[in-house]
Design a binder for this molecule. Structure first.
Ligand SMILES: *Cc1c(COP(=O)(O)O)cnc(C)c1O
Length: 366
């Protein structure tokens, strides 16, 4: 069986370094807000090019803390609207609704699976405060036009960078394209921890300070609380592991790019729609490799019976979830088509040549 993602194999690549770090943290007797977190924050902000990186407990917290901080700073308030792609993972939507902000869903572009920038402006009202972009599947969504729309309407650009660490647009890394960005280091992400972990990056000093406080009981100074904060800290063990793996992220993303290129050039089956390879290699880190097909369950069963494990990202769009009953009658035809037809193939830095060959030939025989 070719696993969709072999996390054991991925992490064992760095076994010696990771085990040494785990032991170091264990023996140090210091488990929260210590040197490991500080080192990782420094190395990550250097890698991204941002002034600040603030370690938090997970990706959802990173995103909701950004919006919570904008509210605490008086830049946004409950009832304000935020533009967000209709086909994103539920976490992006939760980060808004959790803060009383109104997600305004916008259809994606069927070719990139990313927010259709040409459809943003018609959704902007006097209540709109931000454009929340999601570099879905590892593909960058950004353009001069997007920047101009944000400037013209005085909107913040917030990035959900959970799936795209290492990608760049014209040499600027995702996570440094807008006003603030949330990262997830969930184990299956391109940079994965051994549990939950996340980070916010920003160049905004005030926002960074507010997020740091909010993530630590609303406090910048022990036992002095300036906000009704939460406990969302990145712990030392996760930071230490992430700091090891960060050194290899470019190398590992390049291996993903090579696999994606092989799939795109060698899979030749009219029943299968392949993803678009951006002109600029930097604009995709292939967190997932998503194909589309009219009869998805038939293809998925065929692949399973031929020893290839696949997943669906995602089967139900946010507006059709029970959690957002008020949207269940809305219609987003492109989003719905995507959710009905997509299937994710195995892709990661440890996939072997022979496994890639097998996936290609089995798809071509379908
Ligand atoms: C994984 C993910 C998140 C949430 O990250 P967690 O660490 O699981 O909380 C948010 N947005 C997107 C697009 C994701 O893929």
């Amino acid at each position: 069986m070719i696993k969709f993602l072999d996390l054991q194999k991925i992490n064992l690549l760095h076994q010696t370094e990771i085990e040494a770090k785990l032991l170091e943290v264990f023996r140090s007797g210091w488990y929260l807000l210590g040197t490991q977190v500080k080192n990782f924050e420094n190395n990550l902000s250097q890698y991204i090019g941002s002034k600040h990186a603030i370690g938090v407990a997970n990706g959802l917290d990173a995103l909701r803390l950004i919006f919570r901080a904008y509210i605490e700073l008086g830049i946004m308030k409950a009832g304000d609207e935020v533009i967000v792609p209709a086909n994103t993972y539920i976490a992006s939507i939760l980060a808004l609704s959790d803060n009383g902000l109104v997600p305004v869903l916008v259809e994606p572009d069927i070719n990139t699976y990313n927010l259709d920038i040409s459809k943003i402006e018609e959704k902007i009202t006097s209540k709109t405060k931000a454009i929340f972009i999601v570099h879905l599947q590892g593909r960058v969504v950004f353009s001069e036009e997007l920047k101009e729309i944000a400037q013209k309407h005085n909107l913040k650009i917030v990035e959900d960078n959970a799936q795209s660490i290492g990608a760049d647009w014209n040499g600027i890394k995702t996570g440094n394209l807008g006003d603030a960005a949330g990262f997830s280091f969930y184990p299956g992400k391109n940079l994965g921890a051994l549990g939950d972990a996340g980070t916010v990056t920003t160049n905004d000093d005030e926002l960074a300070q507010a997020i740091r406080a909010l993530a630590n009981y609303g406090s910048n100074e022990k036992y002095v609380n300036i906000y009704q904060g939460l406990n969302s800290r990145l712990d030392e063990i996760q930071a230490a592991v992430l700091d090891v793996k960060l050194k290899y992220i470019d190398e590992e993303n390049n291996l993903r790019r090579k696999i994606a290129k092989r799939f795109i050039s060698e899979v030749k089956n009219p029943k299968v729609t392949l993803p678009e390879n951006p002109e600029n290699d930097g604009e995709h880190v292939w967190h997932i490799f998503v194909i589309r097909t009219a009869d998805r369950s038939a293809l998925q069963e065929y692949l399973t019976s031929n020893g290839i494990q696949t997943l669906i990202h995602y089967p139900i769009p946010p507006h059709q979830q029970k959690a957002y009953k008020e949207w269940n009658n809305l219609s987003f035809p492109i989003t719905e088509k995507i959710h009905e037809e997509v299937l994710s193939l195995p892709i990661s830095s440890i996939l072997e040549k022979q496994e890639i060959d097998t996936i290609i030939s089995i798809l071509n025989n379908y």
